[in-house]
Structures are given as C-alpha cells and as structure tokens.
Write a protein that binds this ligand. Structure first.
Ligand code: IPM
Ligand code: MG
Length: 364
C-alpha cells in the first residue's frame, strides 16, 4: 500500500532559493490535496542564512532534520556577502556537509531538451533536438572531500595549495552499479568519463567500472577522457545516453550540458544514498537576480517530480508534474532566462501558477 504521510525537510537557502522554493511548495500542496497525502514539510536553515543566524552554515538541528526525513528539498546556497568567510564556514559547506553526512553519493542530473525550448539553446536546433542524457555524478568523493587539503605557508615563505583526488574501489563500485542499473532502464548505453591517461586514480576508476560491467552484459560500456567528452557534448550530444563520472568532472560537465537545454534554470537533480535523498536544482543562488521575482522556478519544480519518483514511489504524479511543465512551455510562458521575442514573459510566481493550474487540470 502507498504510504500516506511523508516527512520532507525543506531548505530554501539563499538568493533565489526562497522564491523558487515557494513555487515548488505550491506544487506539493496540489498533489497533497488531490491525493490526500500528508506531506509534513519542515523548514530549516542551511547555507548563508544559517550562518547569519547560528554562525554555521549547517547547524546540527538542520542535519538532524535532514536525517529524519523521507527526503530533503533544497533551493540554493551562497552569495557574495559570505565569500570572505573561511572555507569551513562558507554557505557551500552546508551542501557538502549534507552530501557527506547523508552519504548521498549518487547525483542524477537528467539533461532533457524540451522541444519548446530548442531555439533557446545557443546551439543549433539540429544539434540539440531530442537529447536525453542522464549524468550520474559521484558526489561524496574526489577533490571535494579528499585530504590533505588547504593552503599552507611553505618553507620558502611562499604559499602552497593542496587538494587530494582520492577514490576507493568501493566508492567507484557503488556509483558504477547505480549507473549500470539506470542504463538498464534506458537505452542501455553507459559512458564512463575519466582522465585515465594522466591520473592513476582514474585508471582505477576505469578498471573498477569495467569490472562492474561484466555483471551487466546487456549494457554497452564505453570510456572517454573528460576533455574529449567536453568537446563531444557540444559537437554531437545526441550520442549520449547515461554518463557516469567523478565528482569534479560531473560538476563541470553538467553545467556544460545544461546549456544544451537552453538554460541551467531548467535542470533538476536527485542525490541518492542508501537511506537519504536530496533534491535540488543544479543552478546556484543567482544573487544578481535574487528578490526580483524573475528567476526560473522550473528546475526546482522538476526536482519535486524527481522526489516523487525516486523517494516517494509516486511515478505517475511525477510524470504529471513534468507534463504540466511541458504544457506551460507549450502555452508560451517563459521566465527571463528562456524568453524569446514571440513568447509571454512571466515572473517566477506566475510561472509557478501556470504549472500549478496545468497540474490541477491533469489531475482531474
Ligand atoms: C553543484 C554546485 C555545487 C558543487 C557547489 C554549490 C558546492 O556547483 O551542485 O553543481 O560544486 O557541487
Ligand atoms: Mg555545479
């Protein structure tokens, strides 16, 4: 039987996070009213706002809340007012702290070109048409978490910076398994992206992914160096199905791939571990447009759809949210980032309202 009560931790965060989260909550309310499901939404502070309040970007109370929830929804963290702070207390540490402490090692970033937005991409329509890529980014290893790290005064009186690229066999294996499993549900093509021509850790990555692949004879595994992948994403993105890669490469390649869809404001993500899961748009807090009601809430709304699909066993409702977004784009409504001359420019809240209206219609 479907569970009828879910505890969701809500961290709107900083910058546009608050505005887009409001729109996501509208969508959750509609689902909850229509399906008679009790979403217990618990709002907490994470990021710069938490630092201002508690002196730390991720207070224990927020971490506890995240740990005890069925899923975490996060807007965005960071902003120029916190950039002078030590790395250990910057807003971004909230995100890394959540990822590390919750053990959410698999970050899924679906890159789908909406037909309605093909002309919003800076690339030619013929190149971006029909792309449907799933980037599976490892999220709790690599230089993001490796030690030693830091900037030290060397003996010669000059500073030296160090970060450590480290992956254990087990870390590689578990992300590879996730990626093969996902590939199985799609076109069964998996591309592993590394830099094995230069880095020993990446040679281990390639070896372990290849080993895991022996248990998935139905999935075609290929390998590519990250520099070539960056090029191929622009040259011929339609060749890709599922891409599995490291934390740092995944961070960079997913921003690049986002532009295929027209705007980074369109891309949701799911970060999954054994028990916990976190859902957030892949864009940041966009301080330059924060508070102006112009940000694109669709990545945040689509993150709610991913939450329903991956954490709450509600794939049909997830699909309806995605359909409502497509319908809204078909109707011609656009926020500033995806606006084109013949379309109707709307605010963050108006965009949320249009999606909500379509969702209500689809539910009936
Ligand atoms: C992302 C972001 C984060 C990352 C930052 C905000 C820490 O760029 O989720 O892609 O680098 O992982
Ligand atoms: Mg990033």
């Amino acid at each position: 039987m479907k569970k009828e009560c879910f505890k969701i931790a809500v961290f709107a965060g900083d910058g546009i996070g608050r505005e887009i989260m409001k729109e996501a909550l509208k969508i959750i309310k509609i689902i909850s009213d229509d399906k008679n499901i009790n979403f217990q939404l618990h709002e907490g502070l994470a990021g710069g706002c938490a630092y201002d309040h508690f002196g730390t970007p991720l207070p224990d109370s927020s971490l506890q809340l995240a740990r005890q929830s069925d899923a975490v929804l996060l807007g965005a963290v960071g902003g120029p007012q916190w950039e002078h702070l030590d790395y250990s207390i910057r807003p971004e540490r909230a995100l890394l702290g959540l990822r590390g402490s919750l053990g959410i090692y698999a970050n899924l970033r679906p890159i789908v070109a909406f037909d309605e937005l093909l002309d919003a991409s800076p690339l030619k329509r013929s190149i971006v048409q029909g792309i449907d890529i799933m980037i599976v980014r490892e999220l709790t290893g690599d230089v993001y978490f490796g030690k030693p790290r830091g900037i030290k005064q060397g003996k010669n009186g000059k500073r030296k910076g160090t970060n450590t690229l480290v992956y254990t066999e087990d870390e590689i294996r578990r992300i590879a398994v996730r990626a093969f499993e996902i590939a199985r549900t799609r076109k069964k093509n998996l591309l592993s992206v590394d830099k094995a021509n230069i880095l020993e850790t990446m040679e281990l990555w390639r070896d372990v992914v290849t080993e895991v692949g022996r248990s998935y004879p139905d999935v075609t595994l290929q390998h590519m160096y990250v520099d070539n992948c960056a090029l191929q994403l622009i040259r011929n993105p339609a060749q890709f199905d599922v891409i599995v890669t490291t934390n740092l490469f995944g961070d960079i390649l997913s921003d690049e791939a986002a532009m295929l869809t027209g705007s980074i404001g369109m891309l949701p993500s799911a970060s999954l571990g054994k028990k916990s899961a976190l859902y957030e748009p892949i864009h940041g807090s966009a301080p330059d447009i924060a508070g102006q009601n112009v940000a694109n809430p669709l990545a945040m709304i689509l993150s709610v759809a991913l939450m329903l699909r991956y954490s709450l066993s509600m794939p049909a409702e997830a699909q309806l949210i995605e359909n409502a977004v497509t319908e809204t784009l078909k109707e011609g409504f656009r926020t500033r980032d995806i606006h084109q001359p013949d379309k109707k420019l709307v605010s963050t809240a108006e965009m949320g309202d249009h999606v909500a209206e379509n969702l209500r219609r689809f539910l009936n």
